[in-house]
Design a protein around this ligand. Structure first.
Ligand code: PMP
Length: 385
């Protein structure tokens, strides 16, 4: 049988493993930060209507520049994220992963370097490698906030081309304040200048306002978002960015022609018509997230402050054994490779209660390890969807 080693594969891909969060059929699935609520039936019907309309024109290529959709996304951001943006400042693609890939194709690449502050969203590193961009793992404090001084020092020394700030951060749930982002931005501009990407995939779940207003007057600052989480549409594959129109022009240099299908555009437009209903679910999820945090702490776990639709909790002497113990109880959560910690997405109230029941049992068997976490002892290549 032919193995990868037998193929004329790029050297930097040898020995790498593909992204692969387990997709197991268990009663409670809290491992990929999905929204647990299916889309409401009237929205499903509206999608069918808009897709039917799109189907009548499937003999034609889609609107290459997705103008109607970008206009609707700009209206959504302007209304909900505290800063007016125009359609020309917004770009959309198949999930924010593709947006990130397009950014790296345009601003990274061979001979260029990106930095992120880990543990963080593993795809920043993986897409960097996939686009031939060098990857450097920057520091966080023991409480998983970014160590601003150390990060600025590293940016000054490294002079990266792209800086990733994931806020709220996956897998820790940690939000980054505007002052820290501005300090990193200034350091990155002084060093190179370079592109700073704020990945706000979980922005709608945060206790804090969006970092969107920071793009004002900062052409090298980009904010990415997704409809996979707050809009409950992970299956749709729709992510977007907001930035200076010049950044949008830049990604248009590398995107594939007609990358965003008419069916995707029609579905996303239908979902955006139901923004208020869907944001109502977000409010329920935030309340549930806060309940889960409080109850995990009452059990005795340490829980990292969460601004997202998931919580990181621990500490476990053997987090993989604890992960398996949850699975044995029918609850699939995530081991992101952060030593001592596991991550659980916020589900429906019933799913969260099942998770908390399992957590009590796991705590009784495995207890927790009360040593301080060191931000430095981590594996960096685990996936965190
Ligand atoms: N950014 C972060 C921080 C994420 O956690 C995810 C999904 N897990 C993404 C981006 C990608 O989301 P999507 O491609 O579904 O928009």
């Amino acid at each position: 049988m032919t193995s990868l080693d037998d193929l004329p594969l790029r050297d930097e891909l040898r020995g790498q493993s593909a992204y692969g969060a387990p997709q197991l059929d268990v009663p409670v699935r809290l491992n990929t930060n999905e929204n647990p609520y299916p889309l409401p039936e009237p929205l499903v019907a509206r999608i069918a209507e808009r897709v039917t309309e799109a189907a009548r024109n499937l003999n034609r290529y889609p609107d290459r520049d997705a103008v109607e959709l970008r206009t609707a996304l700009a209206e959504y951001l302007s209304r909900t994220a505290g800063h007016p943006v125009a359609a020309g400042q917004v770009w959309a693609a198949n999930g924010s992963n593709e947006v990130i890939q397009q950014l790296l194709q345009a601003f990274g690449g061979p001979g260029r370097t990106a930095i992120g502050f880990e543990p963080s969203y593993s795809m920043h590193a993986l897409i960097s490698r996939g686009t031939g961009t060098g990857w450097v793992s920057g520091p966080r404090h023991a409480d998983f906030t970014i160590d601003t001084e150390a990060a600025c020092r590293e940016i000054a020394a490294l002079r990266p081309d792209v800086v990733f700030v994931c806020s709220p951060n996956n897998p820790t749930g940690t939000a980054t304040d505007a002052a820290t982002v501005l300090a990193l931005y200034e350091a990155a501009q002084a060093a190179k200048p370079s592109l700073v990407v704020i990945d706000e995939a979980y922005g709608e779940f945060s206790h804090r306002p969006s970092l969107l207003p920071l793009i004002d007057g900062r052409p090298n600052l980009v904010l990415t978002r997704t409809m996979s989480k707050a809009f409950g549409a992970a299956g749709l594959r729709l992510g977007y960015l907001a930035a200076d129109p010049a950044v949008v022009e830049a990604v248009q240099l590398v995107r594939l022609p007609y990358h965003l299908s008419s069916v995707n555009q029609a579905t996303a437009l239908a979902a955006l018509e139901y923004t208020d209903t869907l944001l109502g679910y977000v409010e329920q999820l935030k309340a549930e997230r806060d309940r889960v945090v409080a109850e995990l702490r009452a059990i005795g776990f340490q829980v990292t402050e969460s601004d997202a639709n998931f919580v990181q909790f621990g500490r476990f002497a053997d987090s993989h054994a604890a992960w398996q113990a949850f699975l044995d109880r029918g609850v699939l959560i995530r081991d992101n490779g952060v030593p001592g910690w596991l991550r659980a997405s916020t589900g429906t109230p019933a799913e969260n209660s099942a998770f908390l029941d399992a957590a009590k049992a796991v705590y009784a068997t495995y207890g927790t390890e009360h040593t301080e976490h060191s931000g430095g002892d981590r594996r960096t290549d685990k996936e965190s969807a």
